[in-house]
Design a protein around this ligand. Structure first.
Ligand code: GLU
Length: 272
């Protein structure tokens, strides 16, 4: 019995030490040593992270930020698809070095991980059947699809308490449910909705009404207390703003030659 307890104690101590090792590791040093930056990204959300039909590679706005950071570090890039629910555990368990996956920075998440300065800005809206929704009232008591582990899921429950929220692994599955008439709306960040709607086969039947329920600033996620790495990433994205590279990346994915025609309403600045 005592022997068993001692073993249990030793195993617990060992687990605590190795967990701490992952938490305390200096990712900047580690990444340079292994020669590769492993990023958790979305792979079905154009234009943030999706599989390019021709090259079969994951491409997008989030990926271009990772490529720029890796270039500055002089290392290769490895992209690992994550979902909204899996991205923080993947980072904490050391399977990825950084999250670049449409992720909103908020106080609740900042307790668990660290974020870069804001590198994209959007707000939460809905996709509905054309003409069906003029105000939030029209969604009361309705079934609404979104993704597990997202701020979208939390915000919509607060904004429309009478709605039944159905949480899918990711937004394309929620859109499919809308197309099949299983939900009355899909909700998440407007920039994501615009991207999945643009790819939908019967998109003419749907629209994004101008009803917004939140603001969503995106940050690159890193392990809590990984200060050197966070500083490096922040310095890099501020330089990208200054050199015009950040604006070029925005324009490439959202500008006048794309189907989105979005204006860049933000600049990357140091958080206060
Ligand atoms: N930006 C929101 C979030 O971080 C919604 C998009 C997503 O699920 O990634 O939760």
């Amino acid at each position: 019995m005592i022997k068993k307890l001692v073993t249990l104690f030793m195993l617990t101590a060992l687990a605590a030490v190795s967990a701490k090792a992952v938490l305390a590791a200096d990712t900047l040093v580690e990444v340079k040593k292994k020669g590769v930056l492993v990023a958790g990204v979305k792979d079905s959300l154009p234009p943030f992270g999706y599989i390019d039909e021709k090259s079969r590679q994951i491409v997008g706005y989030d990926i271009d930020f990772i490529n720029a950071i890796a270039k500055k570090l002089g290392v290769k890039v490895e992209l690992k698809p994550v979902t909204s629910a899996s991205r923080m555990p993947q980072l904490q368990e050391g399977h990825i070095d950084i999250i670049a996956a449409t992720m909103t920075k908020n106080p609740e998440r900042t307790k668990v991980i660290d974020f870069s300065h804001t590198y994209f800005f959007t707000g939460q809206k809905f996709i509905t059947k054309k003409g069906a929704v003029k105000s939030l009232k029209d969604l009361e008591g309705k079934r609404i699809g979104t993704a597990k582990g997202s701020t979208s899921e939390q915000n919509v429950k607060k904004a429309i308490p009478s709605a039944t929220v159905l949480s899918f692994d990711d937004y394309p599955q929620a859109l499919l449910a809308l197309q099949q008439g299983k939900v009355a709306a899909v909700t998440t960040d407007e920039a994501i909705l615009a991207g999945i709607l643009a790819k939908a086969p019967n998109k003419a039947q749907f629209e994004i009404p101008s009803v917004q329920i939140s603001e969503e600033p995106y940050g690159l996620g890193m392990r809590k207390g990984d200060k050197n790495f966070v500083d490096f990433v922040n310095k890099t994205i501020l330089e990208m703003e200054k050199s015009g590279e950040a604006a070029r990346i925005f324009s490439k994915w959202f500008g006048p030659t794309t189907q989105f025609h979005l204006n860049r309403s933000f600049k990357i600045t140091a958080d206060k």
